[in-house]
Design a protein around this ligand. Structure first.
Ligand code: ADP
Ligand code: MG
Length: 258
C-alpha cells in the first residue's frame, strides 16, 4: 500500500471517529497480509476491535459519571461471609431485568455488612448493560435538593436525579432529615415512581423510617411508592470491617461477638 493511500485511509477513519482502527491501521493491514486473511475475516477483525474499544471507553466514562464512592465489582463480594444474603437473588438482580421492569432494590442492614458494596456492584452491572447510573447518599441528595429549592431551581435539580436510568441512594437513616428535606425526598420518589428504578440502602428497618423522616405520614407515603415494585435484601450479619480488624488482631473475638 502506498503512503498516500495510507494517509487517505487514516483521514477517513478520523472523520468517522474510528480511532482504534486508525491507531491500529498499519498493524492490522500487515497482519492481514501476513496471514492472507479473507476479506470478511479482515473486516470482522477491524470492526470488532473498534467496537470493543468504544464499549470500554463508554463504560469507563459512565463509571466516572456515576460518582461511586469506590469501584468494586460483584465478583469481589464474599457471599460466604454473609449467609443471610441470597446469592441467587443477587445474581438475578445482576442481570439487570429489574431495571427494565422499573423495580426498586432496597438493601437493609447494620453498618459494614456490604450494603454500599452491593449497591455499587449492581450499579456497575447496569453500566455494563448500557444504562446510565448515578450514585448519591441521602444526605448529599437532600442537601442539594434543599439548596436548589431555596434558589428556585428545584425542577432543574430534580431532573439531575430523574434522568439517569438507575439512581442509587445510599445511607438512608444515618442522619436525621428535616421536614423540608423529607418533603423534597418525597417529590423525587414520586417523580421516579414506576418510571426510574432505584437502589436504596438503609441501616434502619422500614418501621423506623417514620423517625428517619421525622414524619410518619411522609415516611409511609415514601415507602408505599418504593415498595410497590421492589425487591428487599435484608442483611443480618457481622460487619466485614470487623472481619478485617479481627484478621489484623485489632479486636479480640469476645469483643467481636458482643
Ligand atoms: P455498609 O455499606 O453496609 O456499611 P460497605 O459495603 O461499605 O458496608 O462494606 C464495608 C467494607 O467491607 C467495604 O470496603 C466493602 O467492600 C467490604 N465488604 C463488605 N462486605 C463484604 C463482603 N461480603 N465481601 C467482600 N467485601 C465486603
Ligand atoms: Mg455504606
Amino acid at each position: 500500500m502506498n503512503p498516500a493511500q495510507l494517509e487517505r485511509l487514516s483521514e477517513n477513519l478520523l472523520k468517522l471517529r474510528l480511532f482504534k482502527s486508525r491507531e491500529r491501521l498499519e498493524a492490522l493491514l500487515q497482519d492481514a497480509a501476513a496471514k492472507e486473511m479473507a476479506y470478511s475475516d479482515f473486516l470482522e477483525q477491524v470492526l470488532s476491535e473498534e467496537v470493543a474499544a468504544k464499549t470500554s471507553k463508554n463504560v469507563t466514562m459512565r463509571t466516572s459519571m456515576a460518582r461511586f464512592p469506590f469501584v468494586k465489582p460483584l465478583e469481589t463480594f464474599d457471599f460466604a461471609y454473609q449467609p443471610s444474603i441470597d446469592k441467587k437473588q443477587v445474581q438475578t438482580l445482576a442481570t439487570c431485568h429489574f431495571i427494565e421492569h422499573g423495580d426498586n432494590v432496597l438493601v437493609l442492614g447494620p453498618p459494614g455488612v456490604g450494603k454500599t458494596h452491593l449497591a455499587v456492584a449492581l450499579g456497575l452491572k447496569a453500566i455494563e448493560a448500557g444504562y446510565r447510573v448515578l450514585f448519591t447518599t441521602a444526605a448529599n441528595l437532600i442537601t442539594h435538593l434543599t439548596k436548589a429549592h431555596t434558589e428556585g431551581r428545584l425542577d432543574e435539580k430534580l431532573k439531575v436525579y430523574t434522568t439517569p436510568r438507575l439512581l442509587i441512594i445510599d445511607e438512608i437513616g444515618y442522619l436525621p432529615i428535616d421536614r423540608l428535606g423529607a418533603n423534597l425526598f418525597f417529590q423525587l420518589i414520586s417523580r421516579r415512581y414506576e418510571r426510574g428504578p432505584m437502589i436504596l440502602t438503609s441501616n434502619q428497618s422500614f418501621a423506623a423510617w417514620g423517625d428517619v423522616f421525622g414524619d410518619r405520614v411522609i415516611a409511609t407515603a415514601i415507602l408505599d411508592r418504593l415498595l410497590h415494585h421492589a425487591v428487599t435484601l435484608n442483611i443480618r450479619g457481622n460487619s466485614y470491617r470487623l472481619k478485617e480488624k479481627l484478621k489484623a488482631g485489632l479486636v479480640r473475638t469476645e469483643e467481636a461477638e458482643a
